[in-house]
Design a protein around this ligand. Structure first.
Ligand SMILES: Cc1cc2nc3c(=O)[nH]c(=O)nc-3n(C[C@H](O)[C@H](O)[C@H](O)COP(=O)(O)O)c2cc1C
Length: 483
């Protein structure tokens, strides 16, 4: 890339890129994976009417790539109520039709779209998913989640009821999970999506296998950094074998766990994981992120309140703008690419990007190839078209709005950590549900007001859902039983 100011920041962001699989993305802006929380029991299929609103907004917004919210591959284990699920009947009517409708709207304006496939592992709360009440969540090893600052008896009691102690997976259960991820790729392919992304970040199952904190196994899948990668390697290899290019295979990874006590995945091991992905020749794009529920220092959950700016930073040839949270790790990844002899694998850096010039600087300085936009894509779904790629908006004004969630005091005052700490992200779920109903996001909504609205929404939709289920069971009775 040319030095800053030789070309405009818009030109940098608008430059197409072709992934190793041959898929060309028309520009560098990516809508990050964000679970929409809009799917409903009993099948958790893509909710077509609300996705027709939500994904139509994103498809028309001129992203180079859309990554869907995480889709769970096992109907027994959701990470939150409302996750879309790829279940045993997803390749059959009427379920596949709903997947096809999703792919059609998400790719409606020629935008590329890939499906993120996930399993929450030990992060599956009781009641989220269709598993019996006495069935624990699964994890590579039986290591319960310990939320920071949640040491009181009350917190421990609630945690034991909500997440409990997970069960260490057997080899048969690991094989079953591999089969389900492969099935997920089949559904994404059959529906017409451009590819898949394996969610290997944020403390979900694949990241639990990659981290020494949660993977204390001593078999084929644990015991050394290499063995902790065995499941991810197996998934990438088997999915790539079944789906050659142009189907896109991507992976989202954590750079490190950043545990306060120094436990967990260290940066050096994170880099080794990326090195394998780069040299495997099987992966088309790597998204770099960080953090999980147990750490407070990764910055993943930083709101823009921590570094509010009302104007974009100035673009200077001599000064780098380090806007992204995980730029340092991405630098190390790019050094690996330079040293390696294999083909280049484009990197997507997600977390913290806010200004057009900051994003362009990330690309021009060689830190990243693609810019992931998460919370901004909820608050301002059309940000690329409206602002970032719009020549009528000067660089100085081309920034995403602040993410400060109002009424955070309310969340902090709740003594039950697992409830309070989740409210910040609920704000974004709430806004995605608004978009799904055809409304605009409400960035000014405070947390207490959001809760009031959510209660009203639940009461209203509770009745509608019950009626809907009765109708569904008449229509689809033969397809209802899942294996
Ligand atoms: C409401 C919400 C839901 C999210 N869901 C997912 C998800 O399903 N999969 C995933 O990999 N990351 C998920 N993330 C993380 C984002 O993809 C992204 O990495 C993070 O928000 C940082 O980017 P940002 O600073 O632009 O928001 C979610 C984030 C938010 C705010």
């Amino acid at each position: 890339m040319a030095a800053a100011q030789d070309i405009s920041a818009i030109t940098t962001l608008a430059t197409p890129i072709t992934l190793p699989c041959g898929l060309t993305l028309p520009n560098r802006l990516v809508k990050c994976p964000m679970q929409e929380t809009l799917a409903q029991a009993p099948f958790y299929d893509p909710p077509v009417p609300s996705f027709n609103n939500l994904y139509a907004e994103w498809a028309a917004a001129n992203y180079g790539l859309i990554i869907t919210g995480q889709v769970q591959i096992d109907i027994r284990f959701l990470s939150i109520a409302g996750d879309v699920v790829c279940h045993s009947k997803s390749l059959e009517a009427p379920h596949l039709e709903r997947w096809k409708a999703w792919a059609r709207v998400a790719r409606g304006e020629g935008t590329r779209c890939i499906v993120q496939l996930a399993h929450p592992g030990r992060m599956s709360p009781a009641g989220a998913g269709e598993r019996p009440g006495n069935m624990p969540a699964m994890c590579p090893s039986a290591v319960p989640v310990a939320l920071p600052g949640a040491d009181s008896m009350l917190n421990k009691f609630v945690m034991s009821k909500v997440l409990g102690t997970p069960k260490a997976m057997t080899l048969e259960e690991i094989d079953e999970v591999v089969g389900m991820f492969r099935h997920g790729a089949r559904v994404a392919h059959a529906a017409g999506f451009d590819g898949i992304q394996l969610h290997g970040a944020h403390g979900f199952l694949l990241s639990q296998f990659l981290s020494p904190r949660t993977n204390q196994r001593t078999d084929t899948y644990g015991g050394s950094p290499e063995k902790r990668m065995a499941l991810l390697k197996r998934l990438v290899t088997e999915i790539r074998e079944e789906f050659p290019p142009p189907f896109c295979v991507s992976v989202k990874l954590n750079s490190a766990d950043y545990m306060a006590d120094g436990q967990g995945l260290q940066t050096s091991e994170g880099l080794e994981q990326v090195r394998w992905l780069i040299t495997s020749g099987m992966v088309d794009m790597i998204e770099i992120s960080c953090g999980n529920a147990e750490n407070t220092t990764s910055k993943l959950h930083n709101s823009f309140g921590a570094k509010t700016m009302d104007r974009a930073p100035e673009r200077k040839a001599t000064t780098r703008i380090r806007e992204a949270f995980f730029s340092d790790f991405a630098d190390e990844v790019q050094k690996l690419q330079a040293a390696g002899s294999k083909g280049y694998v484009p990197i997507q850096l997600s977390g913290g990007y806010r200004s057009r010039v900051g994003m362009a600087d990330g690309i021009e300085s060689g830190v990243t190839d693609l810019i992931g936009l998460g919370r901004s894509a909820v608050l301002e779904p059309t940000l690329p078209r409206k602002t970032l790629l719009n020549p009528a908006v000067p660089d100085s004004d081309a920034i995403a709005m602040s993410h400060i969630v109002k009424g955070q005091w309310f969340a902090n005052a709740i003594p039950i950590k697992v409830v309070g700490s989740g409210l910040g992200i609920q704000f974004f779920y709430h806004n995605m549900r608004r978009l799904g109903r055809g409304l605009a996001s409400d960035p000014d909504l405070s947390i207490p007001m959001m809760l009031v609205k959510d209660v009203i929404e639940t009461l209203r939709s509770g009745l509608a859902t019950t009626l809907g289920r009765i109708v569904q069971s008449i229509d689809y009775r033969p397809a209802q039983k899942l294996d």
